[in-house]
Every structure is written in structure tokens, then in C-alpha cells.
Design a protein around this ligand. Structure first.
Ligand code: SAM
Length: 178
């Protein structure tokens, strides 16, 4: 009986949390809902990123932090932005329990962040978000900064390469700021 009460209470707490997760709605409308990068793409992402220890990666919308973890394992410093409460909390838990180092997880709308410190940007968003980000990338990224976008290209910005090595359908776009 007590167990059912506890389960009910937890379920209620989760429902209340989701109902008040306005930021998730903002994230959904402003850029993308949560969908994970497929693990099959990880090797290709690492190959394109060519990260060196100490380099700074900004992940725009980090979801459950699977790519954050992958990139942090290279010795890079990863600044991960997530504005949806549930994936943010899952990521916090993951970072703590897996003792991930070099990760700064921010509960923040990435459109309000300054990207000028990034050596690499990683994102898996939507065509709409990529269009909105183009002018921000142009204005803020330092020369040489790479952008890796899973699935969606930056409009009117020629990609340096398009990787399709892990699947016939999904593409990974690589850009570099002049
Ligand atoms: C398609 S998922 C990708 C997650 C992760 N990068 C991956 O590849 O597995 C996009 C994520 O971006 C988050 N997001 C969308 N708009 C955002 C915003 N404006 N600021 C911060 N996070 C945002 C969503 O909540 C979602 O978790």
C-alpha cells in the first residue's frame, strides 16, 4: 500500500514538473525537440571533430548528454546548453554518477549565449534553428571554429564535407568559419 502511494506521489511530481516545464516549450519552439544522435554516428563525429585536449566545445541543446560525454572523453572542455528540464536533470545525474570531468552543463537557452570562445560547435537541431543560427555563427565565431551539424545543413553556407559513412540516410555536415 505504502509502495503504491510512493509510486503515485513520484508520478504526480513528474507530471507537475512537466506541466510547469515552460522552458521545454521554449526549446521546442525556438529550436528542436529532444531526439538523440545515433550512437552509430559517434565514430564519424569524432573523426570530423579532431579535438585536441583543452579545446572548447559548445553543444547547442545537449539532450541526455550522450554526445557531451563522447566529446568530453577526448579531453576537450564541453559547455553543454540544455533548456528542457527533464533532459537537463538526466544529464546532471549522468555527469555526477559517471564522474564526467571537463563538462559545464548550463540550463540556458543557447540563443542567449555568446559563442566566441568555442573551437567547435556541435548541434542536432532543425532546419528552422539552423537558419536562425547562421547569422549568430557569422557574427560571433572566431576564425577556424568548426561546426558539426547532425542531419541539418546551414542554409547558404557551403559545407567543408558531408559525411554519410554510418548510414545511407543521416548526414553529418562539417563547416569551418573563415
Ligand atoms: C534533437 S535534440 C539533440 C540532443 C543532443 N545534442 C544529441 O545529439 O543527442 C535537441 C535538444 O536541444 C534542446 N534545445 C532546443 N532548443 C534549445 C534552446 N533554445 N536552448 C537550449 N536547448 C535547446 C532540446 O531540448 C533537445 O534536448
Amino acid at each position: 500500500m505504502w509502495l503504491y502511494f510512493k509510486i503515485g506521489l513520484i508520478a504526480l511530481a513528474i507530471m507537475v514538473l512537466l506541466a510547469f516545464d515552460i522552458s521545454a516549450l521554449i526549446a521546442l519552439v525556438s529550436a528542436a525537440p529532444w531526439a538523440p544522435t545515433r550512437k552509430k554516428a559517434f565514430a564519424a563525429i569524432l573523426r570530423l571533430a579532431k579535438l585536441k585536449p583543452g579545446q572548447v566545445v559548445y553543444e547547442l541543446g545537449s539532450g541526455d548528454a550522450r554526445v557531451t560525454e563522447l566529446l568530453a572523453q577526448t579531453g576537450a572542455r564541453v559547455v553543454a546548453f540544455e533548456y528542457s528540464l527533464l533532459p537537463y536533470l538526466v544529464s546532471r545525474w549522468k555527469i555526477k554518477h559517471r564522474k564526467l570531468t571537463g563538462v559545464e552543463l548550463k540550463y540556458q537557452n543557447f540563443f542567449t549565449a555568446d559563442f566566441s570562445q568555442a573551437d567547435l560547435i556541435y548541434c542536432y537541431l532543425t532546419p528552422y534553428a539552423m537558419k536562425k543560427l547562421t547569422s549568430k555563427f557569422m557574427a560571433e565565431l572566431k576564425p577556424g571554429t568548426k561546426i558539426i551539424s547532425f542531419q541539418f545543413p546551414l542554409p547558404q553556407w557551403p559545407a567543408q564535407s558531408v559525411d554519410q559513412s554510418f548510414s545511407g540516410q543521416a548526414k553529418i555536415y562539417l563547416y569551418q568559419k573563415n
